[in-house]
Design a protein around this ligand. Structure first.
Ligand SMILES: Cc1ncc(COP(=O)(O)O)c(C=O)c1O
Length: 474
């Protein structure tokens, strides 16, 4: 089934703006305005997105956003991958209105409600049957980071071990505990000791293979490194409680783990009694063309952390885990905001709409279409080092092709060029984010409801932006 057209998005009423309006609009102006000036004067120096996406937003429908000057943008950031159904999808808006009208208490800690009960049914219905049969769920504080914190505590308690394994390039949140698992040094550097005992492992980043090998040989070397480290009585690493891994690293630069690597990681963790924690905060709920990214490898994790899309755009995170790990005590992961009824209602509406409209397969198809468009650009722009990703989670790593390549033929990441491309995209009405080493990977995370014409437009605008940045910087 095809997703609803933009024209029907606003409660059956025509949406106030559309693809046609986007095409007809005057050239975008990114002038400073009063909102941005006040934001600059009042908000924290730690603010992040507004520095590269200086917009004051007023409305959103589907894949489109409108700023306070009436300019339209195609949103390939979508709340950092949160808005599976795009902005203000009628099913989500209806679920929110119905919940508000029903008189349900909006704040319920972790007490039972019919809305929560239905949400758990909907969520468990998505899990592989063998996992669902043994699954327990813990509602966490509303952020992905809190879900990861809970997963660490769960695994440590269940195994009686304290060490955790994480991966170079990994991103799991910004609390002290989750920063300890982070690859990127920037946010960690000022903080010193982060509290968790973490051992970092090489991630299978083929383009910049840490073993200088690439391909199957690179995968083998990475697996051997992990297997050897865990078997060596003198590795210096105490037996770990958990391995925390993204099946596709998002912030790390949109790097998909090969299915074989993930299957072997599953085997190795089982062999060593280590809980395999899949962080699907960003990949969960159809983003990669499967409901969960671990399905690409046909594995089942011990612990699954979900957030972002499962709240239908509202804050929520959960940990779903094998009941055999359920050794923590009552109150072990308390928190005030674990009962967001509106998020659960919006989450159920999102899960049901994704199923009814076949949006997981749609994401796979649209992702292939966009990846093809992006790869076509590679022959025109030598600065594209690699196009990669799964489903509608795609990245284009930009490099300095004039520099010397490394041993595997990879050119240095070019963050300055990527920032110029991002700016040129914005000036053409396309919102994209950057990630990866030196911020050199342009990331595409559009809502799963994006249609073919919109995908083609994204490819076209990105090509124009690359051309404009090339003329200035090359
Ligand atoms: C894979 C992954 N894990 C955890 C998080 C942290 O989620 P939050 O920002 O809600 O704390 C993110 C956020 O982008 C993420 O991408």
């Amino acid at each position: 089934m095809t997703p609803p057209s933009l024209a029907t998005l606003a409660h059956g009423q025509p949406a106030p703006f559309s693809a046609g309006a986007f095409a007809r609009q005057a050239p975008i102006r990114l002038d400073d305005n009063a909102y941005l000036q006040r934001q600059c004067a009042r908000e924290s120096n730690a603010r992040s997105y507004p520095r590269r996406i200086p917009l004051a937003l007023e409305q959103g429908y589907g894949v489109y956003l409108r700023d306070t000057s009436g300019q339209l943008f195609i949103d390939c950031l979508a709340g950092a991958g949160t808005l599976a159904l795009g902005h203000n999808h009628p099913a989500v808006v209806r679920a929110l209105r119905d919940t508000l009208d029903s008189g349900l208490p909006l704040h319920t800690l972790d007490l039972a409600t019919p809305v929560k009960d239905r949400f758990i049914d909907d969520l468990f219905g998505l899990l592989p049957a063998e996992f669902a049969a043994r699954a327990r769920i813990q509602f966490c504080g509303p952020t992905g980071a809190d879900g990861i914190e809970a997963a660490l505590k769960l695994a440590k308690t269940a195994t009686g071990r304290h060490t955790v394994l994480s991966f170079a390039g990994g991103y799991h949140g910004m609390t002290h505990g989750t920063l300890a698992l982070m690859g990127n040094l920037g946010p960690k550097a000022p903080l010193g000791a982060l509290g968790a005992s973490v051992q970092f492992l090489p991630y299978p980043y083929d383009y910049r293979c840490p073993f200088g090998l690439r391909g199957e040989a690179g995968i083998d070397a990475g697996l051997r490194y992990i297997g050897q480290m865990l078997s060596d009585p003198e590795s210096g690493v105490l037996p770990p409680a958990a391995v925390v891994v993204e099946a596709v690293q998002g912030e790390g630069g949109v790097i998909p783990a090969p299915a074989r690597w993930l299957r072997e990681l599953r085997r190795i963790t089982r062999e060593h009694g280590i809980a395999l924690v899949l962080d699907e905060v960003q990949t969960g709920l159809g983003r990669t063309g499967r409901t969960f990214a671990f399905e690409h490898a046909g594995i089942v994790p011990d612990v699954l952390v979900l957030s972002k899309a499962i709240g239908g755009g509202l804050p929520m995170s959960v940990v779903i885990y094998d009941g055999a790990l359920d050794a923590w005590q009552p109150g072990a992961h308390a928190g005030t905001f674990r009962g967001n009824q509106l998020a659960m209602a919006a989450g159920s509406a999102t899960i049901r709409t994704i199923a009814a409209q076949g949006l997981v397969a749609h994401a796979e198809g649209m992702g292939q279409r966009l990846a093809t468009r992006l790869r076509q650009l590679q022959s025109d722009f030598a600065a594209i080092g690699e196009v990669r990703g799964r489903g509608l989670m795609l990245g284009v790593e930009l490099v300095d092709e004039r520099a010397e390549p490394d041993v595997v033929g990879a050119y240095p990441a070019d963050g300055d060029f990527a920032r110029a491309v991002q700016r040129e995209c914005l000036q053409r009405g396309l919102i994209v984010e950057l990630g990866g080493r030196h911020g050199a990977t342009v990331r595409f995370l559009p809502p799963l409801v994006i249609d073919e014409d919109e995908v083609d437009l994204v490819g076209e605008l990105f090509g124009e932006a690359l051309g404009a940045a090339t003329r200035v910087l090359r």
